[in-house]
Design a protein around this ligand. Sequence first.
Ligand code: GLU
Length: 313
Amino acid sequence: MASFRTRLAPSPTGSMHLGNARTFLVAWWMARHAGGEVVLRLEDLDRARVKPGLVERVIEDLRWLGLDWDEGPILQSERLALYDAALRRLIEAGHCYPCVCSRKEIRAAVNAPHAEDEESVYPGTCRGRFASWEEARAFKGRPPACRFRVPQGEIAFDDRFLGRVALDPARAGGDFVVRSVDGAFAYQLAVTVDDAAMGISEVVRGDDLVASTPRQILLYHALGHRAPRFTHLPLVLDESGARMAKRRGDTEIAFLRARGIDPREVIALLARSSGFPEAGAAVSAADLIERFDLARLPREAARLSPLPWAAAR
Ligand code: GLU
């Protein structure tokens, strides 16, 4: 197994946009530059939002951008037994407790909590409330959710891009859900179990997920695994300074693809904001592997104008 092994982990719940694409591109450059491996993992646990065709579309988008992978696509929806086994271990070791709090609150846990999804600190209502899982079940009339007990104190890690990061997960979110009332495994659990099982040594993702990292480190330790290295990348904003969101059609990769745009022009646009000011008008992702250097990536969020030429054609 290569010493640098990362994953591209899109959620096929919407269209891939220029922001996601840049994060994947940088992760791919890092891996390929290091002679490492890339795993493609589709985070499709939110059954309500994973619409038919979206998995195929994400794969097609990545291929169109010129990215490749050594393993996958692997679908999280096919790995439920693995998450269940990990959950049992956590429960047996006393890391989790049953929670009967509202469904809405718990439901949110299945998706990665990006920075714009405001999170309140769980007040600990069910911590120590029930003597047993059976008691919680009887109270609720159906299986309770499962919450991870977060200890007090900071968790620190060395981020390849941000440097030393120290966060206190007890103050940011508190005890978090690992399996919801409807039986769905939460993002935090699935991502940790998968990264460990797949031998991922490097997690590269947007810095809007940085608050999840201490929780995942707690899960790694509780499950007896070593945490990988993390790289949190600045986000991509549109020309008005708003986060490149999935709402805007003209920033979607599938839209650009359908308009017959040359993907090398899209790569060049992303590369110019990723430490390659000299990228020019068109270049392939593979052409830049050798010269890639994370130290050249601008510290601030990238601002991209949606491609003026996309509308003009
Ligand atoms: N699938 C997650 C998302 O698209 C990313 C998870 C991760 O990289 O840890 O938000």
